[in-house]
Design a binder for this molecule. Structure first.
Ligand code: ZN
Length: 537
């Protein structure tokens, strides 16, 4: 051995992220890179950690977050609390992929940036945000002092569309589509990881299939995936899945189905059909995979519970409309009867299954059901919702208890899924998935429920996502790989985040190494700030 080692993890059980069986090995770090050594060979290292009885694994990759603005300097406001920032790292997540569900902080024509800032404020909800014209400007806007782990970003189609043509409910003109393709091509050249859509969210929902095929074809030319929050994850989920498969087939892009679920009573049990459908598409040559978070509740913005026409023109136009009684009556009628092509979460469930997660001026509402809040106020639920949105200038996040456990388990255990928290790091009472997903899969589902072997669970958090998103040299523990590592106690690891206490850190995640530096020691964050923005080439 030539030069001394920076760090040696001695005596652990290596689960290397490839899905291969666990084996005894020591893992060393030199110059931010990994060297795998035979167990317990005496070598010198600047720091030696005895990890006997523990598992050493690649740092986890969270393929689906909404943390885009968490490390961007804010133009005002206190900024997110430390426990909100640290939640992924304390679970062992060393890389996050943001820009999901059609929403990223870039790209845009410069003249559209102010309107985009107002739109994105509502999505990210941690004060004002500063959208960027391109990926390079996004990278420049990230504050290294606030980065605990690495981040890669997709190009959000909703942002791209709003950045070129605003919030109009119409097809793009040919010149507008050309501009969208050019901005996407530039961002992917600069290192963005792929293209995402959020086809339930305005303005993404205004796009027809052909528009997305044109954009996904640009991603395909870069060898990067098309990542989609389907147009419907409830009663019409199977139709929506066919649209995504058609887009993949016509564009040639790999397909990543985001947070795959079949939610609402009309779709419960539909994973019995959607998962075999995905496997058949794979056998027929479509490179399709999906991600999943280990909970039966979802979380999104409150105004996504309203029919899409309410949002036309952007958040300002939405708020103006919500003041009017005739608009509220039409919302009530649409929720009761449905609208073709609209997911209609409330019609599939009910206001009693939806709780307020984040509402800055109404902390007393956080954690409570909308049906109860409306009843207490003596108003109809739609009126309560409209009044709350007006009071918060549109900035309300909700949690929707909409899925069935057997569906979640089926997706988690299946061969095509990887883990993505879909974490939305907002204050208040955010969904516990931001702070609990990875520990919950390892502890509750893999160990306690024996739903899947530990090696497969780790693969879904490391090797598989690294391959899907082109994160070269990450996601596996092998010689020369980037030294992103996690050490956990396989008997003790468990999530503690709940809907009541959503940011509780997990137990059993002992050490986290980011780019060769110890970022978590004995379960607590250190002062290390080794995270970087990953450019995918
Ligand atoms: Zn989504």
């Amino acid at each position: 051995m030539g030069r001394p080692l920076d760090l040696l993890l001695r005596g652990g059980l290596l689960v290397d992220g490839s899905g291969a069986p666990a084996r005894e090995a020591d893992v060393a770090v030199v110059d931010g890179r990994i060297a795998v050594l035979p167990p317990r060979v005496p070598v010198a290292a600047a720091e030696v950690l005895d990890v006997s009885g523990r598992v050493v694994a690649p740092g986890f990759i969270d393929v689906h977050t909404h943390s885009d603005a968490l490390a961007a300097p804010l133009d005002g406001g206190p900024g997110p609390a430390p426990e909100l920032r640290l939640a992924p790292l304390l679970q062992g997540v060393t890389t996050e992929i943001c820009g999901n569900c059609g929403t990223s902080l870039f790209p845009s024509l410069p003249k559209r940036l102010p309107a985009l800032a107002d739109h994105l404020r509502v999505t990210f909800g941690i004060g004002r945000v500063r959208p960027a014209a391109d990926f390079d400007a996004f990278v420049a806007g990230q504050d290294p002092a606030l980065r605990h782990n690495h981040i890669a970003s997709l190009v959000g189609h909703g942002t791209l569309r709003a950045g070129v043509m605003g919030f109009a409910d119409r097809a793009p003109r040919p010149d507008e589509l050309d501009t969208m393709c050019a901005l996407l091509d530039q961002a992917l050249t600069q290192g963005a990881a792929g293209l995402s859509t959020g086809l339930i969210y305005p303005p993404g929902t205004y796009a027809a299939t052909d528009e997305i095929v044109a954009l996904a074809s640009v991603a395909a030319r870069h060898g990067k995936p098309y990542v989609t929050h389907l147009r419907d994850e409830m009663a019409q989920v199977e139709t929506a899945l066919e649209e995504a498969l058609e887009i993949a087939a016509r564009s040639g892009a790999a397909l990543q189905v985001s947070h795959h679920k079949t939610a609402g009573r009309h779709a419960w049990g539909a994973t019995l059909r959607t998962l075999p459908r995905l496997e058949r598409a794979r056998a027929e040559g479509v490179d399709v995979l999906c991600d999943v978070y280990p909970y039966t509740a979802g979380s999104t913005v409150l105004h996504a519970m309203l029919p899409p026409w309410v949002s036309e023109g952007g958040i300002g136009a939405l708020l103006e409309r919500l003041r009017r009684g005739d608009v509220r009556d039409r919302i009530r009628a649409d929720i009761a009867a449905g609208v073709a092509g609209w997911e209609n979460t409330v019609g599939n469930g009910g206001w009693d299954l939806i709780t307020v997660a984040s509402a800055r001026t109404r902390p007393d509402a956080e954690g409570r059901r909308i049906a109860d809040l409306a009843a207490e106020s003596g108003v109809a639920p739609v009126d309560y919702v409209c009044d709350l949105l007006l009071a918060e200038r549109g900035e309300v996040t909700i949690i929707s208890h909409s899925m069935r456990e057997d569906d979640v388990r089926r997706v988690l255990a299946g061969p095509l899924s990887m883990i993505g928290s879909d974490g939305v790091p907002k204050p208040g009472r955010p969904h516990p998935r931001w702070a609990g997903s990875f520990a919950r899969v390892l502890g509750h589902y893999a160990r306690d429920e024996r739903l899947l072997p530990l090696e497969r669970a780790v693969h879904k958090m490391s090797g598989l996502p690294a391959r899907r998103f082109g994160l070269a040299g990450r996601g596996v523990v092998r010689d020369g790989a980037v030294a992103d590592l996690v050490v956990f106690d396989p008997g003790a690891v468990r999530d503690r985040a709940t809907f009541e206490r959503p940011l509780m850190a997990p137990e059993g995640i002992c050490t986290v190494v980011v780019a060769g530096r110890v970022a978590v020691r004995d379960g607590s964050a250190t002062a290390a700030r080794a995270g970087e923005v990953v450019r995918v080439r």
